[in-house]
Design a protein around this ligand. Structure first.
Ligand SMILES: Cc1cc2nc3c(=O)[nH]c(=O)nc-3n(C[C@H](O)[C@H](O)[C@H](O)COP(=O)(O)O)c2cc1C
Ligand SMILES: CCCCCCC(=O)C(=O)O
Length: 387
């Protein structure tokens, strides 16, 4: 006879494959569990945010201010969660957000997360600041959909090299993160004097790059390692970029491009004017500006500004399937999840990430069904009431 836990999994997660029985299906509980598993420094890096962390809290509070108003008797027996975003067919409107330095959470880092993403069929977005290289992660991701996130370095030749490597390795869309050309004031990391990059973690794409190697006088070895890290630090971000520079991306990337970190409708309009395919409404999970607008509050004005002209994706604060439904109802075409999958990675490696993704999709499906919607495209503002 099956245990109550097996019974629940069978009923609620039917058809979605294995979940990890030791991990909770209430994903909001993962953070506390990851806090017990990880070193204080690694946990602080993941869970922490800018300043007093007011924006990280505001991201969650904004979700709580919207309530779902279910509709009845609408034949929801068959449902379709599939979408096509940034040229990628997806089984559900969810992607794994670019997250750097994943080996501080699990030794297999990005490779484990990329395998899990491929198993569920969701796009894996590889950070420039990954602990495994563009090519290593592509290999782990196999036939899974994958996008590349660019941290646009000062050295243009290096940027071109990253883009060429990503295209050659099968990354089909480009996500350009605009809000993190410098690291914010993050007290948890400052108090623990912790920045993984200075320990040589999260620099795999730089150290493996021929342009970077040329700049530091050859392959990185113990002899030039410190100089290489200093070169990375001097080159990582470029605060002098402007909208005019986007032309350069169009010249060197031939697939869809989305700008990540958009919070103002005028910036979304400028992205459209610059020929971008999408924008990602995001405040980087509250990690960059303390006091910044909650990402969910920034979403409707951006959608209003660029509706039908660009795809609008969303992240920051998503923890449940119901959160995903709310962001979609407010106009996002897809959401990215960050810390949720990071905690799954910390707690269970590849299986932990798969668990998180399957739980999110199962809860999204149930939310869709029980609120009287058969297709993702049917979700709109009438799903919600503000409180
Ligand atoms: C540990 C960590 C590392 C991150 N690294 C990157 C990165 O390398 N590139 C990037 O664009 N965003 C990065 N982000 C931000 C995420 O892509 C995403 O915007 C954010 O996590 C969404 O908020 P959430 O964690 O509440 O889901 C990182 C976030 C975390 C938690
Ligand atoms: C020097 C800044 C590196 C930041 C890369 C990782 C990231 O985006 C984060 O939020 O942390």
């Amino acid at each position: 006879m099956s245990s109550p836990a097996d019974f629940q999994n069978e009923i609620y997660l039917r058809g979605l494959g294995d979940v990890v029985p030791e991990l909770p299906t209430d994903l909001t509980r993962l953070e506390a569990l990851a806090g017990r598993r990880l070193s204080a420094a690694a946990f602080g890096y993941a869970a922490g945010a800018a300043g007093t962390e007011a924006t990280a809290r505001a991201n969650r509070e904004a979700f709580d201010r919207w309530r779902i108003v279910p509709r009845m008797l609408r034949d929801v027996a068959e449902r379709d969660l599939s979408v096509r975003v940034l040229g990628t067919p997806m089984p559900a409107p969810v992607a794994l957000a670019p997250v750097g330095v994943q080996s501080i959470f699990h030794p297999d880092g990005e490779r484990a997360a990329a395998r899990a993403a491929a198993a569920v069929g969701l796009p894996y977005v590889l950070s420039t600041a990954s602990s495994y290289s563009i090519e290593e992660v592509a290999q782990a991701n196999g036939d899974g959909p994958r996008w590349y996130q660019l941290y646009w370095p000062k050295d243009r030749e290096l940027a071109v090299s990253f883009l060429e490597r990503a295209a050659a390795a099968g990354y089909t869309a480009l996500v350009v993160t605009l809000d993190t050309f410098a690291l914010a004031w993050r007290p948890r990391d400052l108090d623990q004097a912790y920045l993984p990059f200075l320990r040589g973690i999260g620099v795999a794409n730089y150290f493996s790059d021929p342009v970077f190697q040329k700049a530091v006088g050859g392959p990185v070895t113990d002899a030039n390692r410190d100089a290489a890290i200093l070169h990375w630090a001097a080159n990582f971000g470029n605060p002098s970029l402007t909208w005019d520079d986007l032309e350069f991306l169009r010249e060197h990337w031939h697939g869809p491009i989305a700008l990540k970190g958009i919070q103002h409708p005028d910036d979304a309009r400028r992205a459209v004017d610059a020929g971008m395919d999408g924008v990602i409404v995001s405040n980087h999970g509250g990690r960059q500006i303390d006091g910044a607008v909650a990402s969910l509050d920034a979403l409707p004005p951006v959608v209003e500004a660029v509706r039908d002209q660009a795809e609008v994706l969303f992240d920051s604060g998503v923890r449940t399937g119901a959160d995903i439904a709310k962001a979609l109802a407010l106009g996002a075409q897809a959401v990215l999840v960050g810390r949720s999958f990071v905690y799954g990675l910390a707690l269970g490696g590849e299986a932990g990430v798969t668990h998180v993704l399957r739980c999110l999709l199962a809860e999204l499906d149930l939310t869709l069904m029980l609120s009287g919607h058969a297709r993702i495209a049917d979700l709109g503002p009438d799903l919600l009431v503000g409180t």
